[in-house]
Each structure stands twice: as structure tokens, then as C-alpha cells.
Design a protein around this ligand. Structure first.
Ligand code: MRU
Length: 343
């Protein structure tokens, strides 16, 4: 059995976070040190770490480092919140930190400053808890998803599964959401093949998901995004499962750009489409997916691959939304650690 993949570790001795630089995979597997809040904000923005739950975890450690360095915690909160707008897990984790600050930050010393030592300790405990709790939530949601799928299809079927982007151990504290469901089915020897969409423009599917599944010995075939309909027509897919960055009160789900068209293609071919996400992804403050802020990313992700221009850039306009929203009617079920999400 391969060692459980964890993309972020807290190094207590040196008071820093160690993260896998996900920009470099699959060519290079490299741990880098994140020593302070500024570096954490950059790591989230530049997608050294990415995936909805993981950026929340990173932000919580960012807050703990801010207290250690006696920074203005309101400014730090604003900085970390501004790194990526779509995944609500980031805001959820920072809200959890805010509760800690409200509880422990009221005591002032003789200079009127908060007791940063205590705050640092309490925020660090919170960040450690968010990390470990996320792994447990992933495992429980994966069990929920695997049980649902076995009940629907029967216990002895081996599944051919489509996924989009990376919702795996790399995107979470560990284990994963959509890939967690797949991992759970694989533990029961029920996975025939996982088809991993390439996921242009940043190629999380080919660079991260294909790498992660191969690393864990789970059968994986990579396809480009425009092949999903063909594969479904050829009966190569039993169901699709993806993660999410924000699920609104009515059950609409934002996820990596291209997810919506996968869901439409699933509907056309009568292939069940599932979403797996922890409760920290659910945003009951928003009534529908139309209200979710969609991150727009740099055009270079479209016109450049490996520092090489792949399309004309002069005189050409680019539109590069990082996420789209799948309407609830295209989603058969949303798996969470507390059972199915009911809207
Ligand atoms: O831009 P990314 O790579 O952070 O996008 C990640 C995704 O869209 C994932 O599917 C989502 O965050 C769910 S991760 C469990």
C-alpha cells in the first residue's frame, strides 16, 4: 500500500508549513517551505497549493503565522480572503479563525496589544484541527458516496468513472472528495477504470489527477476535455463524479471550468453525475449558483503552454473563467460527510 498522500504538513520545530509545489507536478515532486503569511497568500494565489479544502487549510496556517509575527490580523484576513474568490472553503476556514480571534484576542497586555503568543497557539491548534478534520470528512463522504453508488448499481459491478479537474488528496488535507469516492471504491476492488479529463487550461486532470491515481495504483486513462461525449456514447462511462468549490442553498455547484458541460453530456447519455464535497463547501447564504463569484484568471493560461505561445496573442481577446456552475437539476446526488445534501 502506498503512503497516504498529504499535500501540506506543519513543521512545528521550524514553525512553517511544508507544501508540495503543485505547479511542478508531474515532472517534479518537490516540497517547499512556506515561512510566513505573505508566502502563504502567494502560494494560494499562484496555485502552489490549490483545491477548495486545501486553500482553506493553508489560509488557517497563514493566520497562525500572522499571530506569531504579530501582524494586523484584520489586514491578514483581508489579504488571504482576496487570494481566490470562488471556493467558499477559504472563507469558511477564515471565519473559523475569526471565532478563535474573538474568543482569545480580547485579552490585552499593558500596551493594549493582544496576547499574540496565546493567539498564535490557539490559531495553530485551529489550523491543525481544520487539516485533520478535513481528512476525516473526506473519508466519511467517500464512504457515503461509495455506499450510494453500490446500492444504485449493485454490489459486484466494477465501475468506469469519469472525473474532471483534481478533487483528490492533492486538493484537500488528504484522501480527497471525488477521488476519495473513487479511492473508497478502489479499496473494495470496484474500479475498472477512471477517465481523467485533461482540464484545460491548467490541466489539473492530466498533471495532478492522472499522477495521483497512478501514484496510488488506481487504473487511470487520460482523455482531453472534448472526448467525454464520445466516451459516453461508446458506453465507456458508468457515472461521473467531481468535487466542488461552492454549493448554494438550492444545490447548484461551482467547480472547475468544464464541469458544467460534463454534466450536460451526462444528462444526454443518461449517465449519473455526482458531486462530492464537505459541508465547508456549502454556502447557504447564497440562494442560487448565479450569485457565486467566478474567478477570472490570467490570459496567459490560454495562450501559453510551458512558456511557449500556442495561439496568436496579438489582436486576440481572451476570456478565462476558472470555474462554472452546474445547475442542481443536472446533479443526481451530492455526497457530504453528513449524508446526501438535500436542497
Ligand atoms: O483551480 P483549482 O485547481 O483550485 O480548482 C480545483 C477544483 O475545481 C476542484 O474540483 C475543487 O476545488 C474541489 S477540490 C476537493
Amino acid at each position: 500500500m502506498t503512503k497516504e498522500l498529504r499535500p501540506l504538513k506543519w513543521n512545528n520545530a521550524n514553525s512553517l508549513a511544508e507544501v508540495i509545489d503543485q505547479r511542478l507536478l508531474p515532472h517534479e515532486f518537490k516540497w517547499i517551505e512556506i515561512k510566513n503569511t505573505q508566502e502563504m497568500a502567494f502560494a494560494i494565489k499562484d496555485m502552489i497549493i490549490r483545491g477548495a479544502p486545501l486553500i482553506g487549510i493553508g489560509a488557517a496556517y497563514g493566520m497562525a503565522m500572522a499571530a506569531r509575527d504579530e501582524l494586523d490580523l484584520d489586514e491578514t484576513d483581508t489579504l488571504l480572503r482576496s487570494t481566490r474568490p470562488t471556493a467558499v472553503n477559504l472563507m469558511w476556514a477564515l471565519d473559523e479563525c475569526k471565532k478563535v480571534i474573538h474568543q482569545w484576542g480580547l485579552d490585552r497586555n499593558s500596551c493594549g496589544k493582544p496576547d499574540f503568543k496565546v493567539l498564535h497557539q490557539k490559531l495553530l491548534e485551529k489550523a491543525n484541527w481544520i487539516l485533520e478534520d478535513d481528512v476525516e470528512r473526506c473519508k466519511e463522504m467517500s464512504r457515503v458516496g461509495a455506499e450510494y453508488i453500490k446500492k444504485k448499481f449493485g454490489n459486484n459491478k466494477k465501475f468506469k468513472i469519469l472525473t474532471h479537474c483534481n478533487a483528490g488528496a492533492l486538493a484537500t488535507g488528504g484522501y480527497g472528495t471525488a477521488l476519495g469516492v473513487i479511492r473508497k471504491l478502489h479499496e473494495e476492488n470496484l474500479v475498472e477504470m477512471v477517465y481523467s479529463d485533461e482540464t484545460r487550461p491548467r490541466q489539473q486532470g492530466s498533471k495532478l489527477t492522472a499522477w495521483e491515481l497512478a501514484h496510488d495504483g488506481i487504473p487511470v486513462t487520460m482523455i482531453s476535455d472534448n472526448m467525454a461525449a464520445h466516451c459516453m456514447k461508446k458506453d465507456m462511462i458508468d457515472f461521473a463524479v467531481v468535487g466542488s468549490d461552492r454549493i448554494t442553498a438550492n444545490g447548484d455547484a461551482a467547480n472547475k471550468i468544464g464541469t458544467y458541460q460534463v454534466a450536460i453530456v451526462c444528462k444526454h447519455h443518461n449517465v449519473p453525475f455526482y458531486v462530492a464535497a464537505p459541508h465547508s463547501t456549502i454556502d447557504l447564504n447564497l440562494a442560487t449558483g448565479n450569485l457565486i463569484p467566478i474567478e477570472e484568471r490570467d490570459p496567459s493560461e490560454l495562450h501559453t503552454i510551458n512558456d511557449k505561445l500556442v495561439t496568436a496573442s496579438e489582436g486576440v481577446k481572451f476570456f478565462n473563467p476558472g470555474f462554472d456552475v452546474t445547475p442542481n437539476e443536472l446533479i443526481e446526488a451530492i455526497f457530504t460527510e453528513k449524508g446526501l445534501f438535500k436542497n
